[in-house]
Design a protein around this ligand. Structure first.
Ligand code: HEC
Ligand code: HEC
Length: 369
């Protein structure tokens, strides 16, 4: 597939925003790049799909990837703050898995860099799968269909945890991708693929509304970190389990005690760098598939894209450390409508998938593999 690069709105960026004029223009999305040590094969995709839907990858066999990444909920879970492992509440909004295969920084704080390592965090993380790799290997070894599939796919006699991660990543690369949206077709040259209103919205996106500064390139993300001053989620003050999770995250990521004691929001990039100026900076999410992924932002505070656009229109939130790239936009109601129309073109048809039938356990004969 060729990627057509089209120039962005000339001279549209306002001077006070011109900090780093180097950013890639919007573009159609090409094929997923596949790591050399984990090629895609149909049997591996099938194995990964089964594992994605299989609750036995979690500690108490209650929670699969699908529990928080449900196809009919935009491959997220539809809640502001994601459900957690039973007995916990997660602390962040569940992200869509659609097009994760293109990202080089995953999670709201960009904490991991590959789908394989992401799957490991998801399976073992206390708020997600809370699974133990050794226990998971034992379970898989007692499911004949898995033993046969691991043998077929990887040539091994026993399923291993690391190969399970590779299979899950392969499924995501092969089947959870949306790269033929109306926007992509427009960028590849089909000028009728999006409406005149969406074309006007695109010009605003690249110009007056200044979204392009952070949402750029084919993913509509610079994969960089910014603090927008997104308001805290209203339920935080009353939700004990959210408070537990936030303090737990602060503690396990090694923040100083005074920061831990004041824990009231997601510090984003700060957890990795421990630099004061990185507090509240989150990875720019791609804007693809957003039609299906409400509510929005790392804490799901905005229920609709209208609310997101209103937030940007008034210049973002009121954190004093907010990005200097944000300023009031003075968009008129028709301009807002055009911008929203453009945002709709970034999603193709909904990617729906029935859960596959789960392979069953079979007791082993003592003394045999
Ligand atoms: C209990 C809920 C839960 C479960 C179970 C879960 N996830 Fe997630 N997932 C989330 C949340 C919440 C985030 C955002 C977390 C963060 O930023 O720290 C996320 C983020 C991701 C991302 C990153 C997307 C991006 O844009 O960076 C991928 C990929 C993903 N999950 C895949 C998986 C896979 C594969 C599994 C199963 C092995 C899984 N998840 C299990 C809730 C869950
Ligand atoms: C300074 C960089 C920057 C600019 C400019 C910017 N964004 Fe964002 N955008 C981000 C970051 C970072 C987030 C995540 C923030 C968070 O969760 O706290 C985000 C989140 C979003 C989301 C939510 C996506 C999701 O998956 O929840 C949408 C929609 C969005 N932006 C649209 C826009 C539009 C439209 C514009 C222009 C009016 C714009 N952005 C301008 C950086 C930016």
């Amino acid at each position: 597939m060729t990627v057509l690069i089209v120039g962005c709105g000339k001279g549209a960026v306002e001077p006070q925003h011109a900090v780093d004029p180097e950013f890639p223009p919007l573009a159609a999305l090409g094929p997923v790049s596949v790591p050399q040590d984990n090629p895609i094969t149909p049997a591996k995709v099938k194995l990964g799909r089964l594992l994605f839907f299989d609750q036995r990858t979690s500690g108490d066999v209650s929670t699969s990837c699908k529990s928080c990444h449900t196809p009919e909920l935009g491959w997220g879970d539809g809640q502001a703050i994601s459900r957690g492992y039973p007995g916990t509440r997660h602390w962040r909004n569940s992200q869509t898995v659609v097009n994760s295969a293109y990202l080089t920084k995953l999670f709201w704080g960009g904490e991991v860099t590959s789908l394989e390592s992401q799957a490991n965090s998801a399976i073992t993380g206390n708020l997600a799968g809370n699974g133990d790799p050794v226990m998971i290997e034992e379970r898989l070894a007692q499911i004949p269909e898995y033993v046969a599939l691991f043998k077929e796919v990887f040539g091994v006699d026993q399923p291993t945890y690391n190969l399970a991660l590779k299979a899950i990543a392969t499924f995501e690369r092969a089947e959870v991708v949306d790269n033929n949206t109306p926007f992509d077709r427009y960028m590849r040259g089909d000028k009728n693929a999006i409406s005149p209103s969406a074309v006007r919205g695109k010009t605003l996106f690249e110009g007056k509304a200044n979204c392009i500064r952070c949402h750029n390139g084919a993913l509509l993300s610079d994969e960089n970190y910014h603090n927008l001053g997104v308001p805290p989620p209203p339920q935080f003050e009353k939700d004990v389990l959210m408070q537990v999770s936030l303090r737990y995250q602060h503690y396990s990521r090694g923040v100083p005690e005074e920061v831990y004691l004041k824990a009231d929001r997601d510090l984003g990039l700060y957890y990795t760098t421990k630099r004061e100026e990185d507090k509240g900076r989150l990875r720019t999410p791609p804007l693809r598939y957003i039609r299906y992924t409400a509510p929005y932002m790392h804490n799901g505070v905005f229920a609709t894209l209208e609310k997101v656009v209103d937030f940007y229109n008034k210049g973002g939130g009121d954190d004093p450390a907010r990005s200097i790239l944000l300023a009031p936009l003075n968009l008129t109601p028709p301009e807002k409508a055009d911008l929203l129309e453009f945002l709709q073109t970034l999603s193709g048809p909904e990617i729906l998938m029935e859960p596959p039938a789960m392979p069953e356990y079979k007791p082993i004969e003592v003394g045999r593999r």
